[in-house]
Design a protein around this ligand. Sequence first.
Ligand code: PLP
Length: 379
Amino acid sequence: MKVLIRYFDNAATTRIKEEVLKEMLPYLTEEYGNASSIYKLGRNSKKAIEEARKKVANLLKCEPGEIYFTSCGSESDNMALKGLAYNQKEKNTGKNHIITSKIEHPAILESCKSLEKQGFEITYLDVNEEGFVNLNSLENAIKEKTFLISIMFANNEIGTIEPIEEISKIAKKHSIIFHTDAVQAVGNIEINVKQLGIDMLSMSGHKIYAPKGIGAIYINKNIEIKRFLDGGHQEKNKRAGTENIAEIVGLGKACEIAEKNLKTYQEKLTNLREYFFEQIEENFKDVKINGSRMKRLPGNCNICFKNIDSNELLFKLDENGICASGGSACSSGDNSISHVLTAIGVSSEFANGVLRITFGDFNNKDDVDYLIRTLKKIN
Ligand code: PLP
């Protein structure tokens, strides 16, 4: 018997929206011109890219010229950290220190490790039991040689939203560049990069109903980075490679939809989240909710069952047609306890029983009821 799929892993990836796909299709068929070509077919592609750039900029409230397309959120993170770091080196600024947090995505943590091997110094800030960075610790970590603070907008596992405006004020006070990995936040919460004082921001298409393989980075026009992908002069010489027009168009459309529907989308996901938490608290003992209850991504639920094996639980959910995650997609299949749960101090008897449910636009209350019923049946 075919089991109906109920998808609760929207932080890992989302399903492409019909409107997004429809907008992309011509650029996979008749509109195949290279955007650098001067004839009309090429100019059409160039025009489509610039339209999409405007839509991304509209969502983030910046100038279109401050948006650069990349292949994914990971590339945007690498570009921000390495692009800035290599620029410091090339310009001989004498600055070599970066501050980040212990709960960042591997795209940031691994970029930092790579930079450490090249002589850069990194401070990894602790977070509290809800996953918040401490602002005093951040300020105390600043040195003469600090050129960058990179703190994620919202955590991909536990959903905690960091105090971005306050962090940016500290960065400004010390003339340090502030980058944020907003891959989970864009399209889920309102972001005005200018008001928030963000200098660089990473985002990804597949978390907001565009396809996998497209990302973008906002770089304030006053900031200089050294490009680390050498080749042609695309993206104002910041990122070589023939543009992926169809996906860029898809990302633009996804951003346009996100901007238009942000309030209702947030409300819908927050209601599903709170209903799920209520049901969990009502029906299960020995369960712990991770992350902040108040400053949390609308669709994120992260809970731990005491003395339960997360992988076994996910397997049984899968048998019942439920797609969910333990921790993040990048760490699933890996039996070690997530670095985020370790950083917020969850004990191993709970941390091994982690379940991450992330709601999206295609979910409804009926899905939550089915999920709770299934959890009761198999637990
Ligand atoms: N940063 C965060 C916070 C993420 O959640 C992810 C993906 O899960 C990434 C970066 C990487 O994005 P991508 O999958 O587009 O490379």
